[in-house]
Write a protein that binds this ligand. Structure first.
Ligand code: C2E
Ligand code: CA
Ligand code: CA
Length: 873
């Protein structure tokens, strides 16, 4: 028991009070006490003495026990008040207890006093404990309420039917709604349709065993109709019998994190799409295939639900959808998109992109700007954003890649930058693909007539020869030449001559139907192959006369009657491959012209040169031993500075009988007899000697280039030999370079590339000679170790009048720039040509304009001296 129990005794009779004190001591209580008899002293004691228990007599003079009780109840309601009285009757006792007394003890039974006080104190203690407990509970409740009210998370409760029973205030922030509003609703009404089933499913799995679910995500609809990603922890509520009575949950807004994740995932996909497209650019040669692949990658890898390429019409006024891929097959694509000039509002994103040449974006299709064709349909199909990327090739806007996505506002600046990179790569690739196509086209087709050139015609003829096994089915080749062409050119000008050739070509196409059977050999000569077994050479010729040349040609108001002379060659007698057959038809045609015949068949006699050939071969073998070969040198001049930077070594034969013979006369024989190998080795050695000689004489720096035949390259010890010859010519910008034709590069491509690579490591540079006449393609250039492109003379010849040549030459120079190659123009004869080439940024020029090939002694005086500031050829 507490030692400082304070007892207040309200008693007017001192002995009575004394008795009570004794009784308490007798009961073993340790306490202090104060005795008061009146109202004033009692009030005072209540405050100064602060009793734990009050004992009061019932009858007091001028102030009774009930009055004391009233005072105590007001002043210290929690302190037990016990009546101690001798006169109390049953009724008054009950009344006293009703009024709040704790107990009453009769003075006649003092033994009850101790236990009564103890009980009262226990009750006080008990009450205090309960008060404290209640206080704690209230505090806890308040704390929880505070937590709920201040939480960013939304806390809610549902009944078993999914109706909201409670919602924290934070729902205002999270979903833009008030808790009261929610009272009317079921949760399904707030969840995105696509997520309803999953969320209801998560609730349904909760039971007594597993009554919580953590991290359940779903999209809830904000009052502004846009979805919010909420991540929630769910808890099932149970009745005493274990029945689910409802659910409680806390949900957190993770929209931003989610969007961030989605953005990153999207960026990753677009990055993968970029690397896919870059790989395709390298791998795919054909423009259409490349564009299709880009669409496919945008959809499957880039994750755009729809990808489309639209191409601009030739008139440039509208673009039309050309290819599209997408998961929404039902989507109706507009037939065309108008490209405005800015005076009227654009009607489509495609039109806008093409008009401005910039990427155009609608990052939220719900908004009415920028213009989007078929906006309503796109929205109905589920699309939310659209981007149009213009494809720009050579400065021209050729089309648009359109990408659509089902998510809005996700086009981050990073993604846009990536898309711009992708479209730039694609445009670049298309640009070079287009140049390459032009190069390829002009290499194979005559731009004037649109017909196959010799090489393509021969190739096609060769295929045909291989395909038809029986001799009767082998084709017949007719070459013919327009008699009056040079007269037409002279009288009416080149233009009329060109138009005439075009009209002849048109009529040929019309009468022979299959364009692949017709070729143009140049200089007014055409060639056709005829496969019908019934066609004889004569009927073929009369066919020409009766169809193509029957009617007068009317060109620019000039009625022109034209005829031709033809030569015919047939396979079974006359030749093996396409090239030979065509040559024979040409030989016969030439013969016909000389003989004044309309048409001649090829005849073996026309080749009576065979014996001449043998004699020549004999002389050439001699020439090596007799040192009759010499080198002439022709300068290569820097187009800008006019300085001689290199010399090409050209072979000449000093025939004791005929004087200086040009290679055209003897090279074919050197090649076919294999003599080119020792002669070629001599050329290289001589050039290396001359290079050293000039350097020692203070001339240069100069690079000498020598022509190398395919036969030489093919030799096993080619690299070894070449290096032993040119070894110490490579000093200070001097050295010996090799020129190879495309066809010699193409034989054994891998082996040749390996050899050339080895030579390059030792300072030898490699030039492709006669570029444009063969099969060179972008792919080839990138895979071959090449430093220099020499544009064939035939193209330079056409500058600047001939449009085809202009395009081809500028395309080749563009290609060369892309691959970091030096460009040399061959056969430059006029100042006009040089000016055009300078404009096209050609590097070097070689031709009669600067200097004809000259012997060593004569060329020397024109060469720059080391240290001299500037020399011109
Ligand atoms: P190429 O390699 O294309 O040599 C350029 C030819 O164009 C040279 O003819 C040159 O004289 C001629 N040329 C240069 N400028 C002009 C011009 O402004 N107008 C015209 N119409 N022609 C010009 P060339 O010397 O008769 O050589 C003919 C071809 O013989 C060479 O063509 C080359 O393929 C081959 N060749 C010459 N020397 C050698 C050699 O040492 N080895 C091998 N394998 N071939 C050689
Ligand atoms: Ca050459
Ligand atoms: Ca050449």
């Amino acid at each position: 028991m507490q030692p400082d129990l304070r007892v207040l005794i309200v008693e007017d009779v001192e002995t009575e009070a004394e008795l009570a004190v004794r009784q308490l001591i007798a009961d073993g209580l340790r306490f202090s006490h104060r005795i008061v008899a009146g109202e004033v002293s009692m009030r005072e004691a209540l405050h100064t003495f602060a009793p734990h228990v009050i004992l009061s007599d019932f009858t007091l003079p001028g102030f009774d026990g009930l009055g004391a009780l009233e005072i105590a109840q007001i002043e210290v309601p929690e302190v037990p008040f016990i009546f101690l009285s001798g006169t109390i009757g049953e009724e008054r006792a009950i009344d006293a207890l009703k009024r709040g007394a704790t107990d009453y003890v009769l003075k006649t039974r003092p033994a009850r006093l101790g236990p009564s006080i103890r009980r009262a104190l226990r009750e006080v203690e008990e009450r205090e404990r309960r008060r404290l407990a209640e206080l704690r509970i209230r505090e806890n409740e308040q704390r929880l309420r505070d937590i709920i009210d201040t939480s960013q998370d939304w806390i809610w409760e549902l009944d078993v039917n999914g109706r909201f029973m409670f919602s924290s205030e934070s729902v205002r922030d999270v979903l833009g709604r008030s808790p009261e509003e929610l009272g009317e609703l079921q949760f399904q009404q707030l969840i995105h349709p696509d997520d309803r089933t999953a969320f209801a499913g998560a609730l349904a799995t909760l039971d007594v065993e597993r009554h919580t679910a953590i991290g359940v995500t779903a999209r809830w609809m904000h009052s502004d109709q846009s979805p919010r990603w909420l991540e929630g922890n769910l808890l099932a509520l149970f009745s005493a019998e274990g029945r689910v009575t409802g659910f409680r949950g806390t949900s957190r807004n993770i929209t931003e994190r989610r969007q961030q994740q989605e953005r990153i995932a999207r960026l990753t996909r677009v990055l993968q799409m970029q690397s896919g497209i870059n790989a395709a650019v390298v791998r795919i040669r054909h423009r259409d295939e490349l564009l299709r692949e880009a669409c496919r990658l945008a959809q499957t890898v880039g994750g755009y639900e729809f990808a489309m390429v639209s191409l601009v019409d030739p008139d440039g006024r509208q673009a039309r959808p050309w290819h599209h891929t997408g998961t929404r097959r039902d989507l109706v694509v507009p037939k065309q998109f108008a490209i405005g000039d800015g005076t009227d509002a654009d009607s489509s994103l495609t039109g806008l992109a093409l008009r401005t040449g910039e990427l155009a974006i609608s990052s939220n299709l719900n908004q009415s700007e920028p213009p989007v064709a078929n906006r309503a349909q796109l929205l109905a199909a589920g699309f939310r954003s659209l981007v149009a990327l213009p494809l720009i090739v050579d400065g021209a806007r050729i089309g648009v890649l359109t990408l659509a996505s089902c998510s809005a506002d996700l086009l981050s600046t990073d993604e846009i930058r990536l898309l711009q990179d992708i479209i730039a790569n694609l445009s670049f690739a298309l640009q070079y693909r287009q140049k390459e196509d032009t190069v390829q086209f002009l290499a194979y087709f005559d731009p004037l007539t649109g017909l196959a050139k010799r090489s393509l015609f021969c190739e096609r003829l060769g295929h045909l020869l291989k395909r038809s096994t029986d001799i009767a089915g082998k084709p017949l080749v007719v070459a013919f030449d327009i008699d009056q062409l040079s007269r037409v050119n002279d009288s009416f000008g080149r233009l009329v001559g060109d138009l005439l050739l075009q009209r002849v070509a048109d009529r040929l196409k019309f009468h022979f139907e299959d364009d692949e059977r017709i070729g143009y050999l140049g200089n007014g000569a055409f060639v056709v192959m005829l496969t019908s077994p019934k066609t004889s050479g004569d009927s073929a010729t009369s066919l020409l006369h009766n169809t193509v040349f029957r009617d007068v040609f009317n060109i620019e108001g000039h009625p022109l009657r034209v005829s031709c002379r033809s030569g015919v060659a047939r396979f079974q007698i006359d030749g093996e491959d396409g090239g030979t057959l065509v040559q024979k038809a040409e030989a016969a045609m030439k013969q016909a012209k000389e003989a004044g015949e309309q048409s001649l068949h090829y005849h073996v006699k026309m080749h009576s040169e065979v014996s001449e050939r043998l004699a020549l071969e004999h002389k050439l073998r001699n020439a090596i031993d007799e040192r009759q070969f010499v080198l002439h040198y022709q300068p290569q001049v820097n187009v800008i500075t006019g300085r001689i930077e290199g010399l090409e070594a050209l072979l000449r034969w000093n025939d004791p009988d005929e004087g200086t013979v040009s290679p055209a006369k003897f090279l074919p024989l050197l090649e076919s007899s294999g003599l080119i190998v020792p002669v070629g080795e001599w050329v290289m050695r001589q050039a290396a000697d001359d290079s050293r000689h000039w350097r020692e004489a203070g001339i240069g720096p100069l690079r000498l280039s020598v022509n190398v035949s395919a036969l030489q390259v093919r030799r096993r010890n080619f690299v070894e030999h070449a290096l032993s010859v040119v070894r110490d010519t490579f000093v200070d910008g001097c050295g010996v370079d090799l020129e190879l034709t495309e066809s010699s590069l193409l034989q054994d491509l891998d082996g040749t590339a390996r050899k050339l690579r080895e030579l390059r490591t030792q300072g030898v540079r490699i030039a492709i000679d006669d570029f444009g006449t063969g099969y060179s393609s972008l792919g080839l250039l990138s895979s071959l170790p090449v430093d220099i492109l020499k544009i064939d003379r035939s193209f330079i010849n056409g500058l600047p009048a001939d449009r085809g040549s202009m395009t081809l030459v500028s395309s080749i120079i563009g290609l060369a720039r892309a691959f970091n190659l030096t460009v040399v123009a061959e056969g430059v004869e006029t100042q006009e040509q040089l000016d055009v080439l300078r404009g096209m940024q050609c590097d070097l020029s070689q031709g009669y304009l600067h200097c004809r090939p000259l012997p060593l002694e004569q060329i020397e005086e024109r060469l720059p001296r080391i240290g001299a500031s500037r020399h011109s050829a």
